[in-house]
Design a protein around this ligand. Structure first.
Ligand code: FES
Ligand code: FE2
Length: 363
């Protein structure tokens, strides 16, 4: 574990820049609650699976595999009356828990009958204005669902951008502390000449919060002007990262709170949706939403262009390296990924191998 901080590249990890594996048995951000209207369904491709997401007549969200068990037709192209989904091809009907309730073409003495058929149902949790989906088969011992700190903040906005790359590349921006001054040049956010030495304490997340780490609470960087303007003072921030791809930032002044949640969801192995959700409790600041939305979009697009340039370079299969300490969190990401895969293969609970450590870099 990184108890010392040698200044040489850690070459042992250089082959782990990208492993490309899509983790299963994990919660992923599916969509913001407001995107799912009552009595309606939408299609999403998540980790290469066709998924129908819906909200029933009582307002409860659900998710089914979006391919009909009969001949594979997309159920989301059919009808939904708020109780049952009907396949558009031969009219088989399914409850929101996946149970088939009607096979119109079957005679009473023929097999199968409706009760013999189920469409696969996914677990969903709706929390903090977000819908999380469990992409896995396990029924119990599920990892915790990510949630924003319980500090009275309200959901303000959601933006998402699609990155045409694997999640391993898309997540880079979530844990890379050294690209800000180069990728996110902006008068409001960072000045390119503001790079200075930083030292931050990190610790593993407690088990009940999932597999990950946190940058412990600390005074916000001198160069994050946006926070000061917005929260009206010098905030303290804490940032947590949990596998597979959720980063939660909490900034707090004596009066106000801001929370930002960023989550990456693989569409396929080559496409990833990056979601960013913002919460705050600054009174009257909802008028800021349109401008914050524009800035957020620009910010996400800056990350998108940066990682696309990395992907284009990696296509040449170059040797790469992960340096100390600026790339340490990227190493942790792959390390925790490997631990999760090993735990799944061995049928055990994953163990967080990280230890508290101080990291130093310039940014
Ligand atoms: S394909 Fe869905 S009912 Fe036949
Ligand atoms: Fe970034």
């Amino acid at each position: 574990m990184d108890t010392a901080t040698p200044q040489t590249p850690d070459l042992s990890d250089q082959t782990h820049n990208v492993d490309g594996v899509l983790l299963r048995e994990c919660w992923y951000y599916a969509l913001p609650s407001h995107a799912l209207k009552r009595r309606s369904t939408v299609h999403r491709t998540l980790l290469g699976d066709a998924v129908l997401l819906g909200r029933d007549a009582d307002g409860k969200a659900f998710a089914l595999r979006d391919t009909c068990p009969h001949r594979g037709t997309l159920l989301s192209k059919g009808a939904f009356d708020g109780r049952e989904v009907q396949c558009p091809y031969h009219g088989w009907r399914f409850r929101t828990d996946g149970q088939c309730t009607a096979i119109p073409s079957q005679l009473a003495d023929q097999k199968p009958q409706a009760q013999d058929i189920r469409a696969l149902a996914y677990r969903l949790v709706e929390r903090d204005g977000n819908i999380w989906i469990y992409m896995g088969a396990r029924k119990e011992g599920l990892p915790p669902v990510p949630s924003v700190p319980n500090v009275g903040v309200r959901f303000q906005l959601h933006e998402s951008v699609i990155f045409d790359c694997n999640i391993d590349i898309a997540v880079s921006g979530l844990m890379d502390p050294a690209h800000g001054a180069f990728v996110h040049r902006s008068a409001l956010w960072r000045a390119a000449d503001s790079i200075h030495e930083k030292q931050k304490a990190f610790s593993p997340l407690p088990e009940d919060e999932g597999l990950g780490w946190r940058m412990d609470r600390h005074p916000a960087s001198k160069n994050s002007k946006a926070y000061r303007l917005f929260l009206g003072g010098a905030p303290e921030t804490e940032i947590s990262y949990r596998i597979p791809a959720t980063r939660i930032e909490h900034a707090q002044t004596k009066k106000y709170n801001y929370c930002g949640l960023t989550a990456c969801t693989p569409i396929t192995a080559e496409r990833t949706e990056v979601h960013h959700v913002m919460y705050w409790d600054v009174p009257g600041a909802s008028i800021m939403r349109p401008i914050v939305r524009v800035l957020t979009k620009r910010f996400l697009d800056q990350d998108r262009r940066a990682v696309m340039a990395m992907q284009d370079g990696l296509a040449f299969n170059p040797p790469t390296m992960l340096i100390q300490d600026a790339d340490t969190q990227t190493r942790w990401y792959f390390r925790l990924k490997r631990e999760l895969l090993a735990a799944q293969a061995e049928g055990r609970v994953p163990r967080n191998p990280l230890m508290p450590v101080m990291l130093r870099w310039r940014s």
